[in-house]
Write a protein that binds this ligand. Sequence first.
Ligand SMILES: C[S@@+](CC[C@H](N)C(=O)[O-])C[C@H]1O[C@@H](n2cnc3c(N)ncnc32)[C@H](O)[C@@H]1O
Length: 202
Amino acid sequence: MIIINVTITITLTITIMNIITISDMMNINVLRLDHRSKRDARITTHVCLTARAFGASKIYLSGEEDEKLMKNLEDVVDRWGGSFEIQYKKSYMNLIEEWQNNGGEVIHLTMYGSQVQDVIGNIRDSSKDKLIVVGGSRVPTKVYKKSNWNVSITTQPHSEVSSLAIFQHMLMDGKELDLKFDDAVFEVIPTAEGKKVNIHDQ
Ligand SMILES: C[S@@+](CC[C@H](N)C(=O)[O-])C[C@H]1O[C@@H](n2cnc3c(N)ncnc32)[C@H](O)[C@@H]1O
């Protein structure tokens, strides 16, 4: 009996110690360039969901303004918790400049950049706020020039979603896997079989 109690206590303590919220972490924002409402609705949605799930507190969308997409994402945040923000930015170069003037760093993800495994230690060691930039069809040279870091995730072409997920995972050193989203209506309870979801009153 005593052994069972000790085991339960240790397990509970470890679980509580693992729980982190966005406010415990460095401030990470994402900028998605060149959204096209018709062609990119699905992939931009996935960029936003990835940014949120992997620990960013805000995403800026540039390109075409897409109110429907933004509304859908706000609904996701309402249902799944946390305080993730979505904002449209027409002139993203101003945002990049402002971010740096306020002491933050800009990391542009591109297949042509320095390899993530070579630079992530230095990027992670700096406590400066991070703005991660992912492109669309073509990224202008001024973004490469202005960014503090141009970083590649492998030297092969893939996508803004995969590069963002891997970069955030490496930046957070895996801590995003234990993120807790406050005030969620839906909360998945991990289980090896079936689906378990707690539904909280709003
Ligand atoms: C359709 S891709 C365009 C590929 C583009 N030629 C480039 O510079 O990576 C759209 C975005 O996905 C991201 N991306 C694709 N492959 C990547 C890679 N290997 N490393 C980092 N980011 C990548 C970049 O942010 C890129 O702007």
